[in-house]
Design a protein around this ligand. Structure first.
Ligand code: SF4
Ligand code: MSK
Length: 680
């Protein structure tokens, strides 16, 4: 071949055409902003995902860098393993040990993130109970009284005359606060909230010796065991993962959710809207992004102050528009109806509109590159948490302290307002926003199904037993730039509801559903199978119930527990026709959540990729053997339709085991059937 031809061929090979925005994101608003970022030559995660490919060995979970003799890299040979697997790290660590250690460190990272969030909430709760802050107080006394006994706190007291009286609420709050905070540093005994699980589940954990002793202790022990030369038995490592994950889901995350509900109110159904179209050109736009509601609750109040609205007007705006990204978004949506601006992969794109006057961030899922994108606009990035700063001259740090919370929030809102006149680039806001109904705490589901006086999960169970509802899908989790934004989420969920599986959602999945219009009762008749559509229509609920943020996956555990308690669907979560899923996961928190779903008895499928493929024996342990121990197991399925059908197959397996599989052969409902359903 002539030299010129070779050159032409090589150059041609190098000229890789960037994928079209429509191939990178499902929603039109994101597509428009990806296109705009390209026109403006602003690099985003969508570009980096093309130029940087993931490491082939890390993806398999078999790269170890736990000591300075490595990294030791043990990729699976292309031809597979024939005979004995002789791969070893320098110290002799097998692929199984390495993949298990990496998996365990992800559980530790995820559990630590959730639980440290929970600790922050518990500390604020204690400050409120001690009346050290005027900015927070006990709002939901009903929930306080409900959870107090779980911490061994009496809610009544016997008077001198032998009469039983209600105890003082402040006293109860203080005792609950102290007991709750003690769960983190506890060294012996059991994390107290773990006993909320159905009795057979708790007994199984006791038998297996995986009831967590203290939240921090189990996380620290993972880090110890995965140090070079400690735990070299993948089954034993997974056992410790189970302790830490239970300490997260049934401990740190659950306590965070409870105490947030008591401080800010338990969520009940609320209407709002979602996507970048919620931003307003003539308003000061403040995006709140991250995970903790402690600050965002204060910002919501500060933004409503007449003096702030007046200041906004003085600066040329018509008012103040708040919008959320990631789980902070879910927190303030659930309790105040603040609209959702977008999910994880939309954080840079929100700034690209040119309409964001401040993006206020706390902790978790905040991409460092928002500082670079903000640099191209007038947007101020305001970090607020001492744990999460961004080393960029363009970021402002206004530290948030629970003792001066409202004043801090006012400073932040004021900073955003004063930045409004500094807009320099053209503002382009995609005309995309969808209505939604959110706020389905497990208490709200109880109320919605059964009414104020006879709130109960019995109607849900009845409809599962009679086959109108096939089962329950818990579909949650992140976006992942290695796959099309929201495509996995929406394809999986549409397939589930089409087959009469009701979906409980949290996190960025919930935001994806909101953008796709799946969080409205009206969506039921468009997307659901006849049975689920009938139930949603009768009860007036969407087929996808938004339960909150990442820590609120604990609400899904409690909903599953309520289903068990309502009767007729077995004695434990592992008996219920339920399956879990994270179609676009990416964070370590997703691994901790997945593992506490699995050890709670739930078959859990992840999409995109799973970092264990380089260690087939360990992979088989997670995907198959765990079912024999916990009744739940992991699985991976990247194809969203197959992913949904694996969940449906599991749900059908559970229906069969319960003897309710025949109930699905049903005729269309007549008026008498509808009346029966309403009366259930
Ligand atoms: Fe290699 Fe062992 Fe060190 Fe890991 S711990 S880097 S496998 S020598
Ligand atoms: S925010 S952990 S990307 S769900 Fe909770 Fe979304 Fe995943 Fe962060």
């Amino acid at each position: 071949m002539a030299t010129e031809d070779v050159k032409a061929k090589t150059t041609k090979k190098k000229e890789k055409v960037a994928p079209k925005p429509a191939d990178l994101a499902l929603d039109v608003a994101s597509q428009e902003m990806i296109a705009r970022s390209r026109e403006m030559e602003i690099e985003t995660i969508f570009d980096r995902a093309q130029t940087m490919k993931p490491c082939n060995i890390g993806v398999q979970g078999t790269c170890c860098k736990n000591c300075a003799q490595g990294p030791c890299r043990l990729p699976l040979p292309k031809s597979g393993i024939e005979g004995k697997d002789t791969r070893k790290g320098l110290c002799g660590a097998t692929p199984e040990t390495i993949a298990a250690r990496n998996f365990a460190r992800m559980v530790a990272g995820g559990a630590a993130a959730h639980s440290d969030h929970g600790r922050g909430v518990a500390e604020t709760f204690l400050a409120a109970a001690r009346k050290e802050t005027h900015d927070y107080s006990i709002k939901d006394t009903k929930k306080l009284l409900e959870i107090a006994p779980d911490f061994g706190v009496e809610i009544t007291v016997e008077g001198e005359d032998g009469q039983v009286m209600d105890r003082d609420i402040d006293e109860i709050a203080l005792e609950v606060a102290e007991k709750a905070l003690a769960q983190w540093g506890q060294q012996q005994g059991e994390v107290m909230t773990v006993k909320r699980a159905p009795a057979p589940r708790y007994e199984l954990w006791k038998k297996l010796g995986v009831v967590p002793r203290g939240i921090d202790r189990e996380i620290v022990e993972i880090m110890h065991r995965t140090h070079i030369g400690v735990d070299q038995d993948y089954e034993n490592i997974v056992e410790q993962c189970s302790r830490a994950a239970i300490a997260d889901g049934w401990g740190g995350s659950m306590i965070a959710t409870d105490l947030q509900d008591i401080l800010f109110g338990c969520p009940y159904p609320v209407k709002s809207s979602a996507n970048l179209g919620i931003l307003k050109e003539d308003h000061v736009n403040i995006i709140i992004h991250g995970h903790e509601p402690l600050l965002s609750e204060m910002i919501v109040q500060a933004a409503e102050l007449p003096e702030m609205i007046e200041l906004a007007k003085k600066n040329g705006a018509k008012g103040i528009q708040l919008g959320g990204i990631c789980c902070t978004a879910n927190e303030i949506l659930m309790r105040h109806g603040v609209p959702l601006a977008g999910n994880f992969l939309q954080q840079e794109l929100a700034i690209v509109t040119g309409a964001v006057d401040a993006m206020v961030v706390d902790v978790q899922c905040i991409m460092e590159n928002i500082a670079n994108v903000a640099d191209c606009f007038h947007t101020k990035i305001i970090t607020t948490n001492p744990r999460a700063k961004i080393a960029s001259g363009h970021c402002l740090h206004i530290e948030f302290d629970e003792h001066t919370a409202f004043e801090d929030a006012k400073r932040i809102v004021q900073t955003a307002i004063e930045n409004f006149p500094n807009r320099e680039k053209e503002v382009i806001i995609p005309d995309q926003r969808h209505d939604l109904v959110a706020g389905f705490s497990y208490e709200a589901i109880n109320y919605h199904l059964g009414g104020t006086f006879r709130g109960s999960y019995v109607p849900l169970n009845d409809n599962i037993i009679n086959g109108r509802i096939r089962g329950i899908g818990g579909v949650v989790g992140c976006n992942n730039a290695r796959t099309m934004l929201d495509d996995g989420h929406i394809t999986v969920i549409k397939e589930l509801i089409k087959h009469d599986v009701i979906v409980l959602t949290t996190g960025c999945n919930a935001i994806a559903c909101a953008k796709a219009g799946l969080l409205t009762p009206e969506s039921a008749k468009v997307f659901c199978g006849p049975g689920l559509a009938e139930v949603c229509e009768t009860v007036g609920i969407p087929p996808v119930l938004h339960m909150g943020s990442c820590v609120d996956n604990s609400r899904i555990l409690m909903a599953a527990t309520e289903v068990v308690k309502a009767g007729g669907l077995g004695n434990d979560i592992s008996d219920v026709p339920v399956a879990g899923s994270a179609p676009e996961w990416m964070s370590e928190k997703a691994i901790s959540i997945g593992h506490y779903f699995v050890v709670s008895g739930v078959y859990t499928v992840f999409g995109v990729t799973f970092p264990v493929s380089g260690a087939p024996v360990f992979e088989d342990y997670l995907y198959n053997k765990l079912e024999g121990i916990y009744g739940g197991m992991w699985d991976l399925e990247a194809d969203p339709i197959k992913h949904a059908h694996k969940m449906i197959a599991h749900i059908d397996k559970k229906r069969k085991a319960l003897g309710i599989d025949k109930a699905r052969e049903r005729v269309l409902m007549d008026m008498a059937d509808r009346q029966k359903l309403e009366a259930a």
